[in-house]
Design a protein around this ligand. Structure first.
Ligand SMILES: Nc1ncnc2c1ncn2[C@@H]1O[C@H](COP(=O)(O)OP(=O)(O)OP(=O)(O)O)[C@@H](O)[C@H]1O
Ligand SMILES: [Mg+2]
Length: 212
């Protein structure tokens, strides 16, 4: 068995990396054996899983240090179907390069404003560099905290079109359910009716990822 290895990364802080990783991990876990790697020394994903305890719907989580992330991804990939890696902000470029060298896909959450997109330019450079050693690396932006009432602004469409890394068609809307899930130590799948729309966001991303 060899897993689909997905890193969620952005050098910019607070763009939704942990929210996206944890909920995707729960969705993938429903499809096959999944491992969640927390490569962030802040331990946000670890804390999230701890709140849920044994009652949580999250897959097994392992904390990994930057210098061992490569070997740990390979180790878990050999025995799972999906490996997800939550990366810290301000990751040293060497460590980021190691992660990008060890995965099939990197998802880069960004908020839907041109300023946030341009603040993620380092990621586009890192992806380009990583492709010299990992030519099959795929990379997509994932729009997060979309305002469900409004379409993207024209300037955002233009900025996305000019950006080297393309965006997935599906993103996450800004929804209270994503915050509630973290507070309750599980994913949006466990929220029942309260999480329905959020689950649909996550499912659309998973289906898109599995079809590309
Ligand atoms: N789609 C969303 N809807 C509502 N709240 C969200 C959404 N995505 C993220 N948030 C909230 O935004 C904050 C930042 O999200 P998160 O911690 O996932 O970002 P991060 O990129 O992992 O941050 P860091 O760079 O510190 O690791 C959190 O309070 C989270 O609950
Ligand atoms: Mg985080």
């Amino acid at each position: 068995m060899t897993a689909l290895r997905i890193a969620v990364a952005n050098q910019k802080g607070g763009t939704g990396k942990t929210t996206l990783t944890v909920n995707l991990a729960a969705g993938f876990h429903r499809r096959g054996k999944t491992v969640l790697l927390d490569a962030d020394p802040q331990g946000s994903a670890r804390d999230w899983a701890r709140i849920g305890g044994s009652d949580s719907d999250l897959p097994p989580l392992h904390e990994v240090a930057a210098d061992e992330v490569r070997t740990r991804i390979a180790q878990f990939a050999a025995a799972s179907r999906f490996v997800l890696v939550d990366c810290p902000p301000h990751l040293q470029s060497v460590a980021l390069g190691q992660v990008l060298g060890a995965v099939d896909l990197v998802l880069i959450p960004v908020q839907p404003s041109p300023l946030d997109l341009w603040a993620s330019i380092d990621m586009a450079v890192a992806v380009k560099d990583a492709r010299s050693g990992n030519p099959r690396l795929r990379a997509y932006m994932v729009l997060n905290q979309l305002d469900s009432r409004n379409a993207l602004s024209r300037s955002m469409h233009q900025a996305l079109a000019e950006f080297e890394v393309s965006a997935l068609e599906n993103g996450l809307a800004r929804r209270a359910a994503f915050r509630s899930a973290a507070l309750e130590g599980g994913s949006v799948y466990r929220l029942g009716g309260r999480g329905k729309s959020a689950v649909s966001d996550v499912e659309s991303i998973i289906k898109e990822v599995l079809s590309i």
